[in-house]
Ligand binder design. Structure first.
Ligand SMILES: Cc1ncc(COP(=O)(O)O)c(C=O)c1O
Length: 376
C-alpha cells in the first residue's frame, strides 16, 4: 500500500537462521541465548551495567517501578511528551504520573528546570525518556535526583546506542528500560531489557521477572537444582530463546543501523533547511550521541496537520504523530491541562513523524521531503 512506509525491519537470512537453529536446539526459553543476549547487551552498554531480558518495554518499566518500591501515595515525574506506557506503568503501581514540560521547541526532552518544578515531597522517582533517541542532559539530571533524593528510571526505548560523555543512556539512572518492539532500533517483535549498575536491583528484578523463584527450569534441566524457593512475589515477564536469538543478530546490526539513521537524518535536515519546517535537536552537545530513532518535524503554526498527513498518504508516504497528548485520552481526561506544559502542548499539535529506517535510500528521503513540501 505504501511507496515509503514509516518503518521497515532490517531483517535478512541471519534472523531466520537464528530462529530456526533455536527451534532445532530443543530449548525454547531462558537458556543460553538469553544469557548471551544479556551479556552482549551489557558489553555494548559498558559502564558496569548488567542486563536482564524481559517480555517487552512496558514490562521493563513496571519491573523498574516495583523494584524501586514505587506505589500508592507516590508521585513519579514523567515527560508530557511521551508514549502512554510511561503513565500507564506508573498508574498501575498505584502512583501518580506528574507531567514535566519539554525544554523548548528545539530541545523536546525534559530539562533539569522542568523536572525540578514538578518535584514535591511525594516524588519517589523521575522517569526520563530520551525522545527520538536524543539524550537528555544526564549529568545535571543525575545530580538533581541525588540532591532531591529521588530515584531515576531511564526509559531508553528510543535510545539504544545513545550516550552522553561516553556513558551509555540506560547506564546513568538507577534502572534503564529498553523496548525491542518491531519499530525500534533493535527489533525483535516484542521484547525488552532492564539494566542497572546495582547488583541489588538486578537481583530484585530477576525475582520480579520469574515469580521470585530462586532457580530456573534450565537449572533443573541441567541437574543444577532439584526444586526452588520463592524469595518474593513476582511475575512472568520472561523472554523466550527465539526472541533472544533475533536480539543477538539485531544487536550486531545496531551500530551500523544507527550510523545509517544519522546520515539519513542529516539529509532530511539539509533538505528541509529554510523550508519553514523545523527539525528539533538542531544542535547536540559535542559529547552527546543520538540513536536517531524517529524523524520528528515541527510543521508551521498555521499548517493543517491532518490534511498534510492525508496528502502524504495520497502520494504513498506514511507519516505518524509522536505523540498525541495525555489530555486527549479518555483514560486521562480531566487529569492534565495543556496550560501546565505549554511547550509540550504546542509540539503535540504541530509534530509530524516522517519515515526513517536503516535500509532507507537517500532518494527515498528526497521523495519524502519533496512530497511533504508539496503537501504543505
Ligand atoms: C517511549 C516508550 N516507552 C515505552 C514503550 C513501551 O515498550 P513496549 O511496546 O515494548 O512495551 C515504548 C514503545 O513503544 C516507547 O516508545
Amino acid at each position: 500500500m505504501w511507496k515509503i512506509q514509516l518503518f521497515k525491519l532490517n531483517f535478512d537470512s541471519r534472523e531466520v537462521d537464528a530462529v530456526r537453529q533455536t527451534v532445532e536446539s530443543g530449548w525454547l526459553t531462558m537458556g543460553e541465548r538469553i544469557t548471551d543476549f544479556e551479556s552482549g547487551f551489557s558489553t555494548y552498554l559498558g559502564g558496569g551495567a548488567q542486563s536482564l531480558a524481559v517480555a517487552n518495554g512496558t514490562a521493563a518499566l513496571h519491573m523498574a517501578l516495583l523494584a524501586l518500591d514505587v506505589g500508592p501515595g507516590d508521585e513519579v515525574v514523567i515527560p508530557a511528551l511521551t508514549f502512554v506506557a510511561d503513565a500507564n506503568a506508573v498508574r498501575l503501581v498505584g502512583a501518580k504520573p506528574v507531567l514535566a514540560d519539554c525544554s523548548s521547541l528545539d530541545d523536546w526532552n525534559m530539562s533539569v528546570e522542568t523536572i525540578e518544578r514538578c518535584i514535591t515531597p511525594k516524588t519517589k522517582a523521575v522517569m526520563i525518556v530520551h525522545y527520538a533517541g536524543y539524550p537528555c542532559d544526564m549529568p545535571s539530571i543525575v545530580d538533581l535526583c541525588r540532591r532531591r533524593d529521588v530515584r531515576l528510571i531511564e526509559d531508553v526505548a528510543h535510545a539504544p546506542g545513545a550516550s552522553v560523555a561516553g556513558r551509555s543512556c540506560g547506564a546513568w539512572g538507577d534502572i534503564g528500560c529498553y523496548s525491542f518492539f518491531s519499530n525500534k532500533n533493535l527489533s525483535i517483535g516484542e521484547g525488552g531489557m532492564v539494566t542497572s549498575c546495582s547488583a541489588e536491583l538486578i537481583q530484585r528484578m530477576k525475582y520480579l521477572r520469574s515469580h521470585g523463584m530462586t532457580t530456573l527450569t534450565l537449572d533443573r534441566h541441567k541437574g543444577r537444582a532439584i526444586t526452588y524457593d520463592v524469595a518474593e512475589p513476582g511475575l512472568n515477564y520472561r523472554m523466550d530463546e527465539m526472541r533472544a536469538s533475533i536480539g543477538l543478530v539485531q544487536l550486531d546490526k545496531l551500530p551500523t543501523g544507527n550510523a545509517r539513521r544519522k546520515d539519513l537524518t542529516d539529509r532530511y535536515r539539509s533538505n528541509l533547511a529554510g523550508s519553514g519546517i523545523s527539525m528539533p535537536f538542531s544542535s547536540l552537545p559535542a559529547d552527546s550521541v543520538s540513536a536517531y530513532h524517529i524523524l520528528p518535524v515541527l510543521l508551521p503554526k498555521d499548517a493543517d496537520r491532518k490534511a498534510v498527513i492525508e496528502n502524504m498518504k495520497a502520494k504513498g508516504i506514511q507519516s505518524s504523530i509522536h505523540y498525541p497528548p495525555f489530555w486527549n485520552f479518555t483514560a486521562y481526561a480531566g487529569q492534565y491541562s495543556p496550560d501546565d506544559t505549554p511547550v509540550a502542548a504546542e509540539i503535540c499539535e504541530r509534530e509530524l513523524t516522517l519515515p526513517l529506517y536503516p535500509t532507507m535510500s537517500d532518494e527515498e528521503v528526497d521523495l519524502v521531503t519533496t512530497s511533504l513540501l508539496e503537501s504543505l
